[in-house]
Design a protein around this ligand. Structure first.
Ligand SMILES: *Cc1c(COP(=O)(O)O)cnc(C)c1O
Ligand code: SF4
Length: 346
């Protein structure tokens, strides 16, 4: 059960029970995310048998789970599909051959610090080193963010690169999670991007509206709605239980601001490797105004091998899914192969 550590007591004191003071700012929620494997287990009513694995995994890639996401996890259920995405386990310390630290060879496609240009017409900008949540299967769990977190002057180099290449139509803000940056910083960057005449689209790859729905606040919607660029947000949701009322409300506000909402998922053993779950996910996404875009097979990153679903099984799941869903609800099953000019269909 929950130990009343001084920190927890402090938190309880700081948040009045009065429902009128409903929410903390997203920044406060982010700073108060659970970062201690012991606390995570206690909060979720899981026994100490999970602790050695949690500690070992945490030493490789730190625990981070915001409260708003934690609330969607069933108590006392180690098999909960949301829990599995965030709880470090012993298997992370075992790395079979072929699972490496930079599976996408991104280091080879970084012409400017924090800028990845692999595909025609679109460039990915590492906008923030941080994420609101640390997903255990993340292909960037070993990414050298310290070397790829540009200052404003370094941003100018990236902006110069975009200005000089008129084939680039789309700037993709990624991370980490770009929405972990402040709105002041993002508004500045988006204004600079909008001033580049050949840029047409702004895309954000983010999980923040899912894990802390209060991130979608007025300050965010102001700059999103104001830009001349067409805006696309690619969310990251793996399981229908991640979509609660707060997520649905956040998506509605984004759509009102003119944002096209897409979703990418990762096919994960023990989380969503089931045709009924994937079908329900697509339906729930569309009900929230989000179109399923990609279903990625796992990138072979060290520490995540236990999430792997073999290709044959992935194809069979996708075929079964196709037989159940409207065509526009079927995500594309893809893999990222270093050196290819696009994601590769399986
Ligand atoms: C995935 C990715 C993109 C976007 O690819 P789309 O198929 O357009 O979604 C762009 N740049 C990089 C480096 C990527 O990894
Ligand atoms: S939010 Fe995305 S980038 Fe961040 S840890 Fe999760 S999968 Fe990785």
């Amino acid at each position: 059960m929950i130990t009343r550590s001084p920190r927890l007591l402090q938190r309880t004191d700081a948040v009045p029970a009065n429902p009128i003071h409903r929410t903390e700012s997203w920044q406060t929620q982010l700073s108060r995310a659970v970062r201690d494997p012991h606390e995570l287990l206690e909060r979720l009513g899981l026994d100490a048998a999970w602790l050695p694995g949690a500690d070992a995994g945490h030493a490789l890639f730190a625990v981070r789970v915001p409260e708003a996401y934690l609330r969607r996890i069933r108590l006392g259920d180690p098999a909960d599909p949301l829990l599995r995405q965030v709880l470090p386990v012993t298997a992370e310390t075992r790395t079979p051959p072929g699972f490496v630290t930079d599976p996408l060879a991104e280091a080879e496609h970084t012409p400017r610090r924090g800028l990845i240009h692999k595909y025609v017409g679109r460039v990915l900008l590492i906008t923030s080193p941080a994420c609101a949540i640390n997903c255990r299967y993340c292909f960037r769990r070993h990414f050298p963010y310290a070397e790829n977190s540009p200052s404003r002057e370094q941003w100018q180099e990236s902006l110069d690169y975009l200005r000089a290449d008129t084939t680039i139509r789309e700037a993709i803000l990624s991370g980490g999670d770009p929405l972990a940056s402040s709105d002041a910083r993002l508004a500045w960057l988006v204004e600079e991007l909008a001033a580049i005449p050949h840029l047409q689209r702004l895309r954000l790859h983010t999980r923040l509206p899912v894990v802390i729905p209060d991130r979608v606040d007025d300050a965010l919607l102001d700059w999103l709605a104001a830009t001349r660029l067409q805006t696309v947000m690619v969310l990251h949701i793996n399981h229908p239980a991640e979509i609660d009322d707060a997520v649905i409300a956040a998506c509605a506000r984004l759509k009102d601001a003119g944002v096209t909402l897409l979703n990418q998922s990762v096919l994960l053993r023990g989380v969503n490797d089931d045709v009924a779950v994937l079908a329900e996910l697509s339906e729930a996404l569309f009900a929230a105004g989000i179109l399923p875009y990609y279903l990625h097979v796992l990138d072979p990153v060290a520490g995540a091998a236990h999430f792997d679903v073999p290709d044959g099984e992935a194809r069979a799941l996708h075929r079964a899914l196709r037989d159940r869903l409207a065509g526009f609800l079927l995500p594309r099953l893809v893999r990222e192969i270093p050196g290819e000019a696009s994601k590769t269909p399986l």
